[in-house]
Design a protein around this ligand. Structure first.
Ligand code: SF4
Length: 328
């Protein structure tokens, strides 16, 4: 059976300075998401995670464009859709939850108006059934006294409540896929955990699939079934979450895991040396080579191809860690 979403060799670039500067934010990304699955996209800031998500819902900024590739949702290629067709897909079949709830919520409209809108447009609910649906959605995201709270405006709610409202809006059109782009970044740690548990509960109740974008590997471990690690606009490693934590193959993945502080271990924190590359002037060969302790001459001139050791996930590296360890 075809996956719910299949992204194939997607390239999305930003063009500036009269066409003289091309930022290859997404440069040949492929992955799929099954119904009901949580797929994680992880990597440092600026690696192309958010651009990948914006490209999927066709909401790139004016300087951005999809250069090539396919984005198939239930077999339909979204790249070929007009913006009018995409307006019928966004909210109804794919919804998004963004980092900052204040950027998603309109301060001039009540919570009722904002939660009701997708149910009105995409599910044709009206009158009493629309009001009932809004109350159900608010109750599902654990807003206390939903009947009273739905008259409030965003500034009257706490940050955690606002993000839960955004979760209710995402559910309102009954989508099969939700893209959650760092949805807990602006929440404090205890509220983060509540919010992640809430998303998991909603997923169990509705069977919705999630693309979960984060730079936090702890959240990946809690939330995701499979994960793609992005670096410089490419997925450099894809595995099950268990595989990623127990046998990371790409040196960048390994470096990310080594950067996690360990409880009870008294040693200096590890940081990946160097800086992420400028996506408009990528180094030759493997984009990670200036920061990689394993880099060889080949890495500096030849871009690694994607391959699947043992048929489990894939990695883009000339010297994946398992193979290196076996040879050593
Ligand atoms: Fe490091 Fe070479 Fe692998 Fe790139 S291809 S990650 S430089 S070992």
């Amino acid at each position: 059976m075809a996956p719910l979403l299949r992204v194939s060799d997607l390239r999305a670039h930003y063009v500036g300075f009269g066409g003289t500067r091309v930022v290859k934010a997404v440069d040949g990304v492929s992955f799929s998401v099954e119904a009901g699955e949580t797929f994680g996209l992880v990597g440092e800031s600026g690696c192309g995670k958010t651009t990948t998500c914006h490209a999927i819902v066709r909401l790139l900024s004016p300087s951005g464009r999809i250069v090539s590739g396919r984005i198939e949702l239930e077999g339909e290629d979204l790249v070929k859709k007009s913006q009018a067709e995409m307006r019928r897909i966004r909210g109804r079949r794919i919804a998004t939850i963004l980092q900052d709830p204040m950027a998603s919520l309109d301060p001039l409209f009540s919570i009722y108006d904002q939660v009701a809108e997708p149910a009105y447009y995409h599910r044709s609910l009206r009158g009493r059934s629309l009001r009932q649906r809004v109350m159900e959605l608010l109750a599902a995201v654990r807003i206390p006294s939903p009947e009273r709270r739905m008259k409030d405006f965003p500034h009257q709610l706490s940050g955690g409540m606002r993000q839960r409202i955004v979760g209710a809006i995402a559910q309102a059109g009954g989508p099969r896929l939700i893209i959650a782009d760092e949805p807990t970044t602006n929440l404090d740690v205890t509220i983060q955990l509540q919010y992640l548990n809430l998303l998991k509960d909603l997923q169990r109740a509705t069977g919705v699939a999630l693309i979960f974008v984060t730079h936090n590997l702890g959240i990946v471990a809690k939330m995701c079934d499979r994960v793609g690690v992005m670096y410089a606009g490419k997925i450099v490693e894809m595995q099950s979450v268990r595989g990623l934590f127990y046998r990371a193959r790409h040196p960048y993945t390994k470096a990310l895991l080594d950067s996690i502080p360990k409880l009870g271990v008294r040693q200096p924190l590890y940081g990946i040396p160097g800086q992420p590359p400028d996506l408009s002037a990528l180094p030759a060969g493997c984009a990670f080579h200036p920061r990689c302790q394993r880099a060889t001459d080949r890495c500096r001139v030849e871009e690694p191809r994607q391959h699947s050791p043992n048929g489990d996930g894939h990695v883009r590296c000339w010297l994946p860690i398992e193979e290196a360890a076996a040879r050593g």
